[in-house]
Write a protein of this length. Sequence first.
Length: 111
Amino acid sequence: MGLPRFDASICDEDMDKMAENAMRAANFLKAISHEGRLMILCYLASGEKSVTQLEELLSSRQAAVSQQLTRLRLEGLVTPRRDGKIIYYSLADDRPTQIMEVVYDLFCKEE
């Protein structure tokens, strides 16, 4: 699948839609443009994790993990689930998995 071609004949409605999509994409990319948030998405790609599990996996304090989860939640990339005092997080949809696969292919995959 290739990128669409835009030229001088594009109508105002299509330009407005393109600008709206660019804003949504920029917000998504800003949300994942932090090492900690990328790592959280990597871990959640393999399934739901508690905040405590993420703290241990990231070797990070609860406050720092919660701050990153809040940013991801605000962008709609993760969803919380409470079970008593424990909060679990999972990916909200396929967007994080799709982008993490591209990131993996570009930066992590053994050649």
